[in-house]
Design a protein around this ligand. Structure first.
Ligand code: DAH
Length: 339
């Protein structure tokens, strides 16, 4: 009987099947009530007592072997048969979780798009700059306070390698390498050595504008900025220009818009004045044109610079600068539908 069991074991080990039906036939042959293993169990009764142990163990081994083998064959044929169905092209795709655009990117993009409609092209320049492009070419006197260590980050104790403190440095670079007419917009990050708080940060973003051609006047500047203000904050928006000072423009001005919260009546946001400041601007100083290789007798131009965080605050009431760089998704997700 042991020989018979061993022969069955060898037979079972070599079993093959290529379909579910074949597997089922094997199950019936070996493991069903009338199968080979049951048959051996029936014969077991007649086994002499001294052989019962060895034969009993052999039958159990055969049963385990057959069960495992047939289960394995079953799994293998099921897999093979399912294989073609595994990629279900008709299934609905799982929803993708989209990120959101950063509020500063949304606002920068809108500024770029508004001036794009007036023919301004986007230009960029390096964030690590030198004194000439950030200050000297822009008519900053050697002892101008803005060069002071307190505002500017210098690199490697070398006063000629610094992080740009404004995007006006891009103006310098573009004027040096191109001939008028020049009509550019320069968005970018700038750095200042400020203690971080809700109202100040060591880096922020600006958009610079520059227009140089023959006969460009202050009236052109005013009209362009009025167009911008109305596109950005709505058609009812008013602007007002206050005299100011920047080394690189003459005359210089700061521009306010009618408070877009109270419509100019006066509220807490505009401190009761009805106006909020949004940018600096002016006619490019002839010294700057000449320093950059543009003949100031032939050409004139205007420039303006605004803080993207400031505009974002006005548009979306984000009044803590730190929120912009914390990457808190609760904050960022508020801008899902903003564009
Ligand atoms: N560069 C100035 C700043 O960082 C902003 C500015 C003011 C830019 C007047 C201009 C301008 O082009 O004409 O505060």
């Amino acid at each position: 009987m042991l020989d018979k069991i061993n022969a069955l074991k060898t037979e079972v080990e070599a079993l093959q099947a290529s379909s579910a039906e074949e597997v089922e036939a094997l199950r019936l042959k070996y493991l069903s009530k009338k199968g080979a293993v049951s048959q051996l169990m029936a014969d077991f009764r007649n086994v002499p007592a001294d052989q019962k142990k060895a034969i009993g163990m052999a039958i159990n081994e055969l049963k385990t072997l057959a069960t495992d083998k047939i289960n394995a064959l079953k799994e293998a044929t099921e897999l093979a048969e399912d294989g073609t169905d595994e990629i279900d092209l008709t299934r609905t795709a799982s929803p993708m979780r989209l990120g959101t655009r950063h509020p500063l990117s949304i606002v920068r993009q809108e500024i770029v798009s508004i001036f794009g409609r007036l023919g301004y092209a986007v230009e960029q320049g390096p964030e690590i700059e030198d004194d000439w492009h950030v200050f000297s070419a822009l008519n900053f006197a050697a002892d101008h306070p803005a060069r002071d260590m307190q505002d500017t980050f210098f690199i490697q104790r070398n006063p000629d390698v610094l992080l740009r403190t404004h995007t006006s440095s891009v103006q310098t670079r573009v004027m040096e390498r191109s001939k008028p007419p020049i009509r550019i917009l320069c968005p970018g990050r700038v750095y200042r050595n400020e203690a971080i708080s809700a109202r100040a940060h060591c880096f922020f973003h600006q958009v610079e504008g520059l227009y140089i051609d023959k006969g460009v006047s202050f009236a052109d500047l005013k009209q362009s900025l009025l167009y911008f203000a109305r596109e950005m904050f709505g058609p009812e928006t008013k602007i007002r220009l206050r005299p100011s000072y920047f080394p690189f423009t003459e005359p210089s001005a700061e521009m306010d818009i009618s408070c877009n919260l109270c419509g100019g009546k006066g509220c807490g946001f505009c401190k009761g004045t009805g106006w909020v400041e949004i940018l600096g601007c002016g006619m490019v100083d002839p010294n700057v044109l000449d320093a950059c290789g543009i003949d100031s007798k032939e050409y004139s131009g205007f420039a303006f610079g605004m803080g993207v965080e400031r505009i974002t605050n006005l548009k979306y009431r984000v009044n803590d600068l730190r929120l912009f760089s914390e990457n808190d998704r609760r904050f960022l997700n508020e801008f899902t539908h903003a564009h």
